[in-house]
Design a protein around this ligand. Structure first.
Ligand code: SF4
Length: 220
C-alpha cells in the first residue's frame, strides 16, 4: 500500500506545514547545500560502521533499492520466516506512515530490538522526536522489546534505551499525523518565512519561498 508520510516528511512537518506540503507535492524544488550533502554522507558512514557490528544482518535495501512501499512486505516475510534475524532498513507501515528502521533484531521470543543510528555527538531532542515516530509506527505493527538510539558519543557507539520515554508520546504523534494529513488534503499553505526556516534544520525550500514576496515582517 502506498504511504503518505515518512519519517523525514513528518519531521519536516513539525518544522513547517508548507515544507511538508512541498516535500509531498513538489519535492523537486528542494535544494541542499554542499555542506548538507556532506553531513548526509558522514551520517551514512557512521550508520554503515554500526551495521558492520551485525555481521549476519540482511540489508533489505540491497534488494528493494528505492521501491520503499515494498519494504513492509519483505520485512514481514523475514520476520515470519526466521526464528531470529537481524534486518537493516526493515520497513513498517501504520497510520499511512512508512518508517525504515536502521537495524532491527528479532529475538527468540518474537520481540524486536530497534537501533536507530545517529551520527551526532549528543542525544538531541530532534533525535528523540524522530525516534518517537519510529516507535509509534513499529509498536503498532510488532511487539518491541527495546528501542535504542545509537550516537557518536564518548564511545564510538553510545547506545541508550529510550523505550519507556518514547511510549509517552504516542497520543501527541497521532494528533500530529492527523493534522499533517489535513494539511496535505488542501492546497499549498501560504506560510510566511521566518526563523523557523532555519531551526532545527535549514529548510531546503528557502530559495523557493524567497521568490514569493510574503516575508515575515520584523516590525509586525
Ligand atoms: S522556507 Fe520556511 S516557510 Fe518556506 S517551506 Fe521552508 S520552513 Fe516553510
Amino acid at each position: 500500500m502506498p504511504h503518505l508520510l515518512s519519517k523525514s516528511k513528518y519531521i519536516r512537518g513539525l518544522q513547517c506545514d508548507r515544507a511538508l506540503w512541498l516535500d509531498v507535492h513538489e519535492p523537486r524544488l528542494a535544494r541542499y547545500t554542499a555542506e548538507q550533502m556532506r553531513r548526509f554522507d558522514r551520517g551514512r558512514e557512521f550508520e554503515y560502521a554500526f551495521k558492520d557490528t551485525f555481521p549476519d544482518g540482511i540489508d533489505l535495501s540491497a534488494e528493494l533499492k528505492r521501491n520503499v512501499d515494498a519494504y513492509p512486505e519483505l520485512t514481514t516475510m523475514y520476520l515470519e520466516k526466521e526464528a531470529e534475524v537481524d534486518l537493516f532498513e526493515a520497513g513498517f507501515l501504520y497510520d499511512d506512515v512508512l518508517v525504515l528502521a536502521d537495524v532491527v533484531r528479532k529475538n527468540a521470543d518474537g520481540t524486536l530490538n530497534i537501533y536507530e543510528v545517529k551520527s551526532g555527538n549528543v542525544l538531541s531532542e530532534t533525535y528523540k522526536r524522530d525516534a518517537a515516530l519510529q516507535h509509534y509506527v513499529i509498536s503498532h505493527c510488532r511487539s518491541i522489546n527495546k528501542f535504542c538510539i545509537v550516537y557518536n558519543g564518548e564511545n564510538r557507539f553510545d547506545i541508550i534505551d529510550l523505550t519507556e520515554e518514547l511510549e509517552e508520546h504516542h497520543d501527541e504523534i497521532a494528533r500530529n499525523i492527523a493534522a499533517m494529513k489535513e494539511i496535505l488534503s488542501h492546497g499549498e499553505p501560504d506560510t510566511p518565512t521566518g526563523q523557523h526556516c532555519l531551526e532545527p534544520y535549514a529548510c531546503p525550500y528557502q530559495h523557493y519561498c524567497a521568490q514569493g514576496v510574503r516575508q515575515m515582517s520584523l516590525f509586525g
